[in-house]
Structures are given as structure tokens and as C-alpha cells.
Ligand binder design. Structure first.
Ligand SMILES: C[S@@+](CC[C@H](N)C(=O)[O-])C[C@H]1O[C@@H](n2cnc3c(N)ncnc32)[C@H](O)[C@@H]1O
Length: 446
């Protein structure tokens, strides 16, 4: 009887390694939904960027394929995770319908080992999603362990994990010419992040957008909150203009820069997100420099809008900018082999950071980028792909993404959160939508 091998297990338990071994042992055809999704639609990225409707269509195709194979007597290995009971039941029913036997494997290991595997994979994602620690936790809600009635071969992969290298003592300054493992430039790496943040203001000078938001806040007067305030570029200018200002941002590296700026005492700083803001405490909420685009999923976006509505007094103003997908900025980024930019920044402590940013993909509203950075004394002009780094250098690579939303979606989501949209401009000089600088500049009332 033809066998359908079902692989079940949470993140990092070694499903794909096991499935590949099984493939080699049995000659069965291995199908991995993630592998297909990533090859067809994107070259990796945060797991949060997975588009459910697209994944559902792909799963439908895979289902058609594997049942056809089985009908023709070919064994298959379904490396689908099969987290939901309903998905396992469906696979079992379909297998029965095509006259196949089912062998279910439950893969598991300790959480520490699973997390370590995921971190290693993040460092060199290949054909898998980038999974942050937060995503690892968050996705547990979608995982349904096997029921007592689900007979399975139990496979504990804990011991097959490579032993992690002993934690190295933090380098006195920088490791000598050692290529650091891939890492992300995010708040989990305070040292690198501080150095990344240190160059931020130099690259982001005062611009027409800051001018627009400053003028707007002055016109509204009252209490202002700058959500995703970063290094406080705009926040401190708002305070200098005599406004009662709060700046909120989750990134301590950015906030540390803000704390050190002249005028910092005039701002109430909060390390956190809009969820941490008190109720009806503000007359104006600003979210500038495309902070709106860091919220990749519709659910995260709905949450932030709901928090913004809650923290504003009734009738208070929300203003933000987000790039208009009609402008197709990613097509410009994608031309020239995805090259977006390269820069050399001399940091305040004299170290030099060489950065290259490339555009990776655009799928269903999510543009993915990769930024590689080399920190060195600057005597050599390193390119991030250099293999031989001179002594005293640090190297890192990060993938990050921006979500694009069409004006209708922006408007609908605002209305859903209880806002009334007052204006949508095509740029910060109040150009009409679609005739400005590829922006959607939004003014809405709580
Ligand atoms: C492009 S920077 C903009 C900073 C600042 N508004 C400016 O104009 O310079 C994006 C900021 O969004 C912040 N951010 C990321 N996730 C956030 C969240 N969930 N809530 C609030 N801010 C967030 C980042 O830490 C970063 O400071």
C-alpha cells in the first residue's frame, strides 16, 4: 500500500532535516509548503510577512499534486508542519480517499534546542523564514499538539542538535578580523544597534516632511505624542516650539541618542509602543518617517490604530505618512540589480560604518530589504560581501520589511478604528493624492 508520511512538529524541531533523511531512505517525494512558498513568492523574510490567502492557494495546489502522486503509486512526505488538527484530519481523509496508508511522525525537542536552531537558521536563512523570538512565541497560539487518538511515531530530536559553541566573553572592543555570524540590527543586539542608531541622524536631516508635521502640531497646539520617535529628531523640535511632548519608541538604542540631546528634558520619553500610552492623554498623535509601514500585518496595523484612537481625546488629530503603492517605489529599488544604496558614515567615536542596502522582493504589499554593514576603523573601504576583513571589524546583515497600503485600505482601516479621515495628500506640501511625491499623508480625527 502506498504510504503518505505526515511530518508534524513545532518550529525548530528539525522537521525538514528529518523529512530529507526520510526522502533519502525511502525514495518518497518530499513536499514542503514553506519551501514552495519561499521559492515562488519571496526570497525569505520575517514569518509575519506570510500572506494567508496566497498560502491557502498554494496548499490547494500541493494537495492536488500529492493526491495525484499517491494515486499513481508514488509515496509522498508532507513536510507541512500540520499544526492544526483540522489539517491533519484532512490529510488523513484525503489519503484514505486515494487508498493510501498514513504514517504520522511527531517531532519534538526541548524548547531551548528549538530556539537555538531557529536562531542559527535566522543567521543563514536559506530557504526558510526569518523567525524572531517574538514570532516563535506568538505562533504557539496556532499550534495544536496531537490528540491522544492520533497515533504517531515519536521522534525526539533534542540530541541531534549540534552543541552550541560556548558563549564567548564580550570582546574588549571588537573581535580581531573575525566575521561575526549573521545577525539582525535590532534591539536584541545592543552594541551593533547603538552604532547603527548613531549614524541615523546624519542620514536623516531635517526635511520638508518634518517641517510639515511641526507646523501641523503647532497649529493644533496642546499635548503631542510622537509615536516611533526614534532618535527624537522631530520630538525635540516640537518641544522647542513650546509644545507639551511625549516621545514613544521601543528601540533603546535610538532613545539613548534622544536622551543625550539638548532639550531632552522638555520631552516625556516612553520606551514602548502606542499600546503603552495612557487613555485620552493627547490632542495630537504623529507617526512620521513612514513608521506606519513597519506594521506588516493587518492585525498589527489595526492594533496600533486602535491604540492611537484610545490615547487621543475625542476630536484629537492623528497625522502620519505612508508610501503610496501606486508609485511603485520598489520598481525603482529593484532596478539596478536591487541596489538601493551604499553609504559610509563616520560615527561619533571615530569608527566607520560601510553599509549596503539591497532590495530583496516585493510581494503582496510587503517590500523586503537587506542591509549589510561593516564597522571598522575605516582604513580599508570594506564592502559587506568582503570575505577577508581587516582586524577590528564587525559585520552584520539584517533583513527588514515595509508594508505598502493603498489609500482605500488606509482610509478603511482608519474608519474601522473609529477615526474620521480629514485629508489625504500626495505629499507633505499638500499635493493632491496621486499627484505628489508618491506619499499618502494622512490627517484623521479621533
Ligand atoms: C524610520 S524610523 C523613524 C523615526 C522618527 N519618527 C524620525 O522621524 O526620525 C522608524 C521608527 O519606528 C520605530 N518602531 C518600530 N516598531 C515600532 C512600534 N511597534 N511602535 C512604535 N515605533 C516603532 C523604530 O524603533 C524606529 O525608531
Amino acid at each position: 500500500m502506498t504510504v503518505v508520511h505526515l511530518i508534524h512538529g513545532y518550529l525548530g524541531v528539525g522537521k525538514t532535516t528529518f523529512a530529507k533523511q526520510l526522502e533519502a531512505d525511502t525514495g518518497a517525494v518530499r513536499l514542503s509548503a514553506d519551501e514552495w512558498y519561499l521559492r515562488l513568492y519571496t526570497d525569505g523574510g520575517p514569518a509575519e510577512a506570510l500572506d494567508d490567502p496566497l498560502a491557502a492557494r498554494l496548499n490547494g495546489q500541493l494537495e492536488e499534486l500529492w493526491t495525484t502522486l499517491v494515486r499513481r503509486g508514488v509515496e509522498v512526505i508532507l513536510d507541512f508542519g500540520l499544526w492544526r488538527r483540522a489539517d491533519r484530519d484532512r490529510a488523513r481523509d484525503l489519503a484514505a480517499a486515494v487508498g493510501a496508508a498514513v504514517r504520522l511522525y511527531r517531532l519534538h525537542c526541548t524548547e531551548a534546542v528549538a530556539r537555538e536552531r531557529v536562531r542559527r537558521r535566522n543567521a543563514d536563512p536559506g530557504e526558510s523564514w526569518y523567525l524572531s523570538d517574538a514570532a516563535f512565541d506568538h505562533l504557539k497560539a496556532k499550534y495544536e499538539p496531537l490528540g491522544a487518538d492520533e497515533t504517531a511515531t515519536d521522534i525526539d530530536t533534542t540530541d541531534t542538535a549540534p552543541t552550541p559553541p560556548p558563549a564567548a566573553a564580550p570582546p574588549a572592543r571588537y573581535p580581531k578580523g573575525r566575521r561575526r555570524p549573521l545577525t539582525t540590527l535590532d534591539i536584541s543586539d545592543p552594541e551593533l544597534d547603538a552604532r547603527f542608531a548613531a549614524g541615523y541622524d546624519g542620514q536623516n536631516q531635517w526635511r520638508v516632511d518634518d517641517e510639515f508635521f511641526l507646523a501641523l502640531a503647532k497649529l493644533e497646539a496642546g499635548r503631542v505624542v510622537d509615536v516611533g520617535c526614534g532618535t527624537g529628531r522631530l520630538t525635540i523640535m516640537l518641544a522647542n516650539a513650546g509644545l507639551d511632548v511625549t516621545g514613544v519608541d521601543p528601540n533603546p538604542a535610538f532613545l539613548n541618542i534622544a536622551y543625550a540631546k539638548p532639550g531632552t528634558d522638555r520631552v516625556a520619553w516612553i520606551r514602548g509602543t502606542a499600546a503603552d500610552l495612557p487613555d485620552q492623554a493627547f490632542d495630537t498623535a504623529l507617526m512620521t518617517s513612514h513608521v506606519a509601514q513597519v506594521f506588516l500585518t493587518n492585525a498589527d496595523w489595526a492594533d496600533v490604530l486602535s491604540d492611537l484612537k484610545r490615547c487621543l481625546r475625542p476630536g484629537g488629530l492623528l497625522a502620519f505618512d505612508t508610501r503610496d503603492p501606486a508609485d511603485k517605489a520598489w520598481e525603482r529599488w529593484a532596478s539596478d540589480h536591487g541596489y538601493v544604496g551604499e553609504e559610509r558614515v563616520v560615527l561619533p567615536d571615530g569608527l566607520v560604518r560601510d553599509t549596503t542596502t539591497t532590495f530583496v522582493s516585493y510581494t503582496d504589499g510587503v517590500a523586503m530589504f537587506e542591509t549589510s554593514a561593516v564597522l571598522s576603523d575605516g582604513t580599508a573601504h570594506h564592502r559587506p560581501e568582503d570575505q577577508d576583513l581587516s582586524p577590528g571589524t564587525l559585520w552584520s546583515r539584517a533583513r527588514w520589511a515595509y508594508r505598502f497600503r493603498r489609500p482605500e485600505l488606509v482610509k478603511r482601516s482608519l474608519e474601522h478604528a473609529g477615526f474620521q479621515v480629514e485629508n489625504m495628500f500626495g505629499g507633505w506640501q499638500q499635493e493632491p493624492l496621486g499627484h505628489g511625491v508618491g506619499e499618502i499623508v494622512v490627517l484623521a480625527r479621533a
